[in-house]
Design a protein around this ligand. Structure first.
Ligand code: F0G
Length: 458
């Protein structure tokens, strides 16, 4: 008999979580103004809001925490982090930051000015926020296949090279400070970018001498997909693939809360010493001295260890496999999910789930609320609320992707939890016709509104 797949870890410490009842949840979500970010975490049974900063650290990472060097300058932890980054990504220069958006803030302060255009595959919301905050414009050049949730394509995160070429041809080069490729592409549903595509982007960018930035939060998951899906990479190790991937970038920003499996942390890495020197000024201003930039020594140590663990094939097979398990269960129950399944999350297609609810009433948010009420499971809307309003017209931006994301934290939940989530979703799906209306916005912030938006049920 073939041995079944099993985790490559065992559990040494547990954290109790509590079930609640429907009546309580109806009240709590109402008190939260129907915004799941406003819920207290103890009112959530299974928290799939994000895979960011929510992973379980290993015993090796916890022991690294004890070895943290908290010196203000020149801490050994800084050098540990530097060695890990250079070994795994190949970048010689780096700056620590407290998280991914801080890396964006420092880098864009150095590179982006008003009136610029920044093409790439669907930018993440903080990336878009930092670009638009500087009165520059992100230009989405994701391949069109990404917008069809049922179409099977191995690399739906790919950049459309023709579209990118058109953007580059139609704007003065000095107005395009960089191209950003997000690996994996969160906004497109945790979809990977192929090695071939990265290489093509880099070649095109080189023709115009425009630097390529990889937004690398889930770079290891991207490498796993290259190994398992792209011709020529089956026999390469994850580390070899990662090194080749980053050879097609000039700069990377990193939210270490994902593929470095730490609760807080980030960094920028680059090849160019000049750029490093310029970014250093902003890093000191916004984050801290260059050898800690917003991080404790202990966190830098855990991050260095986490980078090594997350680039192991066994870890990734288990991690991406658990996400796919949720996807398979959902499909089995007829729940419309985005395919192929993402690396870090399953995305439920709310337009197919609730075709009776118009886009103006936010079907994905409605579904997130229903799932919470059903079972205390917290997901997050990746749809029109998140997409925010156009900075010029202030109109809502509706897209063909109106999704509920169920992001799976790394090494945190068991397959029993996953089965519970799938069953909860099935129950919500089975009574989908009872839901006639969605929600409306009562109050919203000028940017990144989804975090604090207040809603009412219609
Ligand atoms: N880039 C990508 C692709 C991300 O997914 C995120 C965060 C960031 C940048 C910003 O990093 O949170 O450390 O400041 N994504 C989280 C999520 C919040 O839930 O997908 P951060």
């Amino acid at each position: 008999m073939e041995l079944p797949f099993a985790e490559e870890y065992r559990i040494k410490m547990v954290e109790p979580i509590r079930k609640t009842n429907r009546e309580q949840r109806v009240q709590w979500i109402k008190d939260a103004k129907y915004n799941l970010f406003n819920l207290r975490s103890e009112h959530v049974y299974i928290d799939l809001l994000t895979d960011s900063g929510t992973g379980a650290m290993s015993d090796r990472q916890w022991s690294e925490m004890m070895l943290g060097d908290e010196s203000y300058a020149g801490a050994s932890s800084y050098y540990k982090m530097k060695d890990a980054i250079t070994e795994i990504t190949g970048f010689p220069y780096f700056l620590p930051t407290h998280q991914g958006r801080a890396a964006e803030n420092v880098l864009f302060s150095t590179m982006v000015k008003a009136g610029d255009f920044i093409p790439g595959n669907a930018h993440f919301d903080t990336t878009k926020g930092h670009i638009e905050f500087r009165h520059a414009t992100p230009v989405d050049c994701t391949i069109k296949e990404a917008f069809d949730t049922t179409l099977i394509h191995p690399f739906k995160g790919n950049v459309d090279i023709d579209k990118l070429d058109e953007v580059l041809r139609n704007h003065p080069v000095e107005k395009i400070p960089c191209i950003i490729v997000t690996i994996t592409c969160n906004t497109a549903g945790g979809q990977p970018v192929s090695m071939k595509n990265m290489k093509e982007v880099k070649q095109l960018a080189d023709n115009y001498q425009i630097p390529v930035v990889f937004d690398s939060a889930r770079f290891a998951e991207n490498a796993y997909f290259i190994k398992t899906r792209e011709e020529g990479y089956k026999d390469k190790s994850i580390r070899e693939i990662v090194l080749e991937m980053f050879s097609y970038a000039d700069i990377m920003t990193m939210s270490s809360k994902k593929d470095a499996i730490v609760n807080m942390g980030g960094f920028i890495a680059m090849r160019d010493e000049n750029l490093y020197n310029q970014a250093t000024v902003y890093n000191i201003l916004f984050e801290g001295f260059i050898t800690y930039g917003g991080m404790s020594g202990r966190d830098m140590n855990a991050l260095a260890q986490g980078l090594r663990e997350a680039t192991e094939f066994d870890f990734l097979e288990n991690r991406v496999g658990q996400v796919a398990y949720l996807g398979k269960k959902c499909k089995e129950y007829g729940v419309p999910v985005l395919e192929p399944f993402g690396g870090h999350a399953i995305f439920v297609d709310a337009l197919k789930f609730y075709p009776q609810i118009p886009k103006e009433e936010f079907p994905a948010q409605t579904l997130a609320i229903e799932l919470y009420i059903e079972a205390g499971v917290r997901g997050v809307e990746i749809g029109a609320i998140l997409a925010d309003r156009d900075p010029g017209t202030r109109e809502n931006r509706y897209s063909d992707l109106e999704l509920l994301r169920l992001a799976i934290p790394r090494r945190t939940y068991t397959d029993n939890h996953i089965e519970y989530v799938a069953a909860a979703l099935k129950n919500v799906f089975d009574r989908r016709n009872e839901i006639k209306r969605g929600v409306e916005i009562l109050k919203e912030a000028p940017v990144l509104r989804h975090f604090t938006v207040e809603l009412a049920k219609l």
